[in-house]
Every structure is written in structure tokens, then in C-alpha cells.
Design a protein around this ligand. Structure first.
Ligand code: ADP
Ligand code: MG
Ligand code: ZN
Length: 197
């Protein structure tokens, strides 16, 4: 049995996590495009976080975009799965409930490559939704960092910079910025979770 660095003939889970603006969506798009170049069938899913908004693509802050299917819950990923699909991308995974974990496991067990991007921490710096579990079961984990908008250090947190938290905020730049642990301040913000692009 030859030792091999990368999985072959089996599925696996990759997680790309980090704060807002750290390049999670950019990295997800990069990996999915490369899979498509290799003529692998790719499907991309994202949670329907705003039903008024027919959001059929994932978009990074630097305007890269790829077509994606919005789903109301994680089990819909299984329902909408094309049998030819070899690679599944999931963006904004923090907004799914914990069912996303067995769903990703099932896909990987079936032999698919599953690439999941999401916020590992909410605006308070606390673990976000199902992300800790996804990180625990993944074969490959990438922690992306942004640049702190106050001091320029590597930034692992998302600072809410608006007090008006009662409304859904879809344009991320006006409402959040990347901060390092020293510049990140908790406690003055309204008690909502971040909403992203
Ligand atoms: P994420 O999905 O993690 O929110 P995106 O992939 O959408 O991130 O966007 C990453 C891009 O955001 C970077 O390539 C850069 O152009 C831009 N950007 C804006 N603010 C920052 C910041 N504070 N640190 C790093 N990149 C930033
Ligand atoms: Mg993103
Ligand atoms: Zn800082």
C-alpha cells in the first residue's frame, strides 16, 4: 500500500473559515473553478437567508462570482444533488443549522469532495452555529485572516460598526469590519448575528 499525501478514490470535507473579508468566498470560488477545469461536476449551495432576495450566486467582496443554489435548509442539499456531481461547495455555512454536519458527512462518505466556507466566529467572537462541528469533522481546515481595519494586524474577528442592528444588513461593508483581537470590542453592539453578502 503506497503512502499518499492526498485522498484518492474517497470523499472528504474541506473547511475554509475566518472573519468577514478574510477571503473565504474568494478561496471557495478558486477551488471550485479549479475543479471545473478538471472537468469535475460542481454544485454550489448557500442558505436562503433572505427569502425576498433571489440570490442565485455566491459573490466575494472583490466581485468574483459563481452561480449557486439557495436552499432553505441543509437537507435540501441532498434533495437537489445531481448524481453526476463530484464536488459540492457550500458558502455561508454558519447560517445552516446543525443538520449541515451529517449532510456534509453523508456527501463525503459517498465519495464527494465537500468544500465548506463560513464564519467561525460571530460578531461577539463566539463560535458560530454548526462551524465548530464542521471544523471538527473536516479532513482539511483553512483558517483565513483578514487585515485589521484599525491597526493592520492579521484579523480573526468581525466587528459590528453600526448600532442599528434591528434591520437585516446585506451590504456588509457598512455594517462590519475586520479586526484583530486587540481592536475587537464586544458589548456595545445590539444583540444580533451578522448578515453577509
Ligand atoms: P469573505 O467571504 O471571507 O467575507 P471575500 O472572499 O468575499 O471574503 O472577500 C475578500 C476580499 O475582501 C479581499 O480579497 C479584499 O479584496 C477585500 N477586503 C476588504 N476589506 C478587507 C480587509 N479588512 N482585509 C482583507 N481583505 C479585505
Ligand atoms: Mg463570503
Ligand atoms: Zn487591530
Amino acid at each position: 500500500m503506497a503512502v499518499q499525501a492526498l485522498p484518492r478514490d474517497i470523499g472528504w470535507i474541506e473547511v475554509v473559515c475566518g472573519p468577514m473579508f478574510s477571503g473565504k468566498t474568494e478561496e471557495l470560488i478558486r477551488r471550485l473553478r479549479r475543479a471545473a477545469y478538471a472537468r469535475q461536476q460542481v454544485q454550489i449551495f448557500k442558505p436562503k437567508i433572505d427569502t425576498r432576495y433571489a440570490d442565485i450566486e455566491i459573490v466575494s467582496h472583490n466581485k468574483e462570482r459563481l452561480a449557486a443554489r439557495p436552499v432553505g435548509n441543509a437537507d435540501e442539499i441532498l434533495e437537489q444533488l445531481d448524481p453526476r456531481t463530484a464536488v459540492v461547495g457550500v458558502d455561508e455555512a454558519q447560517f445552516f443549522d446543525h443538520r449541515v454536519v451529517p449532510v456534509c458527512q453523508q456527501l463525503a462518505d459517498r465519495g464527494l469532495r465537500v468544500i465548506v466556507a463560513g464564519l467561525d466566529q460571530d460578531y461577539r467572537g463566539l463560535p458560530f452555529g454548526p462551524m465548530p462541528e464542521l471544523l471538527a469533522v473536516a479532513e482539511f481546515v483553512t483558517k483565513a485572516l483578514a487585515i485589521c481595519m484599525v491597526c493592520g494586524n492579521p484579523a480573526g474577528r468581525s466587528q459590528r460598526i453600526v448600532r442599528d442592528g434591528g434591520q437585516v444588513v446585506l451590504g456588509a461593508e457598512e455594517a462590519y469590519e475586520a479586526r484583530c483581537r486587540r481592536c475587537h470590542k464586544v458589548g456595545e453592539e445590539p444583540p444580533q448575528q451578522p448578515r453577509l453578502l
